[in-house]
Each structure stands twice: as C-alpha cells, then as structure tokens.
Design a protein around this ligand. Sequence first.
Ligand code: PXL
Length: 269
Amino acid sequence: MISKRILTMQDLSCVGQCSLTVALPVLSAFGVETCVLPTAILSNHTMFKKWSCFDFTEEAENIMRVWKENSFKFDAFYLGYLGSASLTEVAKRCFKQFSAEGAKVIIDPAFGDDGKLYPAFDEEYVNAMRQLIKSADIILPNLTEACFLSGTLYEQQSSVEFAEKVIKKLSALTDAVIVLTGVEKNGEIGEIIYSEGKFSYIWDEKLPIRFHGTGDIFASAFTAVYLESGSFEKACSTAGRFVADSIRATDSSHPYGVNFEYVLKNTIK
Ligand code: PXL
C-alpha cells in the first residue's frame, strides 16, 4: 500500500505541544509519510513568557537546492506557523518546485487567536499570509485569523451569521476551500466549510476548558483524513473528535498543550 508523501512546513518548538512536535506524530499515526521543512527553531512556543527563535529562511534555501538535485516531489503541502514573512516566499517557491501531479496545498494561517496576533507577528506577516493563501487549495483559519485576513473587525461574541459574512469576504481573496475552525453556537463548537459557494457545518459538544496547540492537532488530523478520504466533513468530524478526546485526557494544571499522546497510544493499542 502506498501512502501519500506530505511536506509540512512549520516551526520546531523545543518545548510545548504545537507545530512539528504535534504534526509529525499525528500525521504518522494516521498513516501519512511526513517530510518536514522547519521554518524556525524556538526554545518553546510563544505563549510562555520568554522564548528564543532561530529563523530558518536561509537554511531552507540550502535544503531546497539539494531537494531539487534529488528530484523530490510531494503529494501535498501542509503549512502552519511559519514565523516570518520571508518564509511565505520560500513556501511559494517550494510549491512550484516540488509539487507532484495534483498536489494539494493546505494552509493553517496560525498567526493569532482571541482577536489578537501571536506575539511574534505584525501586519506585515498578515499581508504576506494574505498573498500566500492565494496559492492554497484549502485554508483552515480560526475566526481571529479570518478577520485579520479579510480586514474585518473581530467580534468576541460572534454569531454564525457573522462568521459566514467573514468567510464571504475572505473568499474574495482566494479560491481555496475555507474551513473556519473553532466556531461556537449554542454550547457547541465546530467548523463552517465554504466550498463552491455553499456552506456546510460540523458541530460537536463544546468542552469547558481551552488549551494551547489544539489548532495544530486539528489541522494535522484534518490534513491526514482529508488526503485519504477527500471528504471535508469526515476530516472535520474526525479531527474535532480527536481534539475533544485529547482535551478530555488532559489534566487542567498542564499549562501548555493537550495530552494527544494518550489518545494516540490508546488508538494504536
Ligand atoms: O500553536 C500555534 C503556535 C505554533 N508555534 C509557535 C507558537 C504558536 C502559538 O502561539 O507560539 C511557536
């Protein structure tokens, strides 16, 4: 059986369950051959008080030069936290040079939450991401990211109608299928999918605690299931269940991520 070969581009945070330390185990457990292009190496993710960051733009160029000599191709690209605007240019070249026939580009903008940008980002990064999503087949923003990308003022107490309005504005910037994540409605949480001019919805029970890094778990599982099944609905419901199970397995005193390892271990058992 041949599995898809995917390239994921995101940071390696040495401590903290996010980005590559989530994407690698999750994609592998879902049966996807996963290659990586690290975008930055951080001491830990930026929700801690202090962090260091080594930007990988220069080394990414070296890596891509050798990949070209080796004629590598990938069936899909999955992008998360890149860290700097220069890496969006690297990403565009990467799609051009290393796409196998019909390769899909899946982008999680991963630059903000709760109406705010993550500490390392600014308007320049949002602008660069606005350009990059033009190359995507699927994007996975949360409401904060969708608002920044579409130039809409974020509303804390938002409705499904507001989310749909933001999606429509965002769809003027990209032909990608839009999967808006973390939408809330009457005690439920879910995704709004906008594909070929139509909305569809996946809802699940909303759990009372929120944790960091769940967006990366969702995007990794979504990517794996979508590549295998071609179904946005199946990818959203499986990924949503995986996130919920991981949250349920997490001790609330654990400060920086969810216990997705427990869920993987029991699934494999
Ligand atoms: O989970 C998103 C993420 C990924 N990588 C780094 C982060 C964050 C969110 O804060 O800081 C380095």
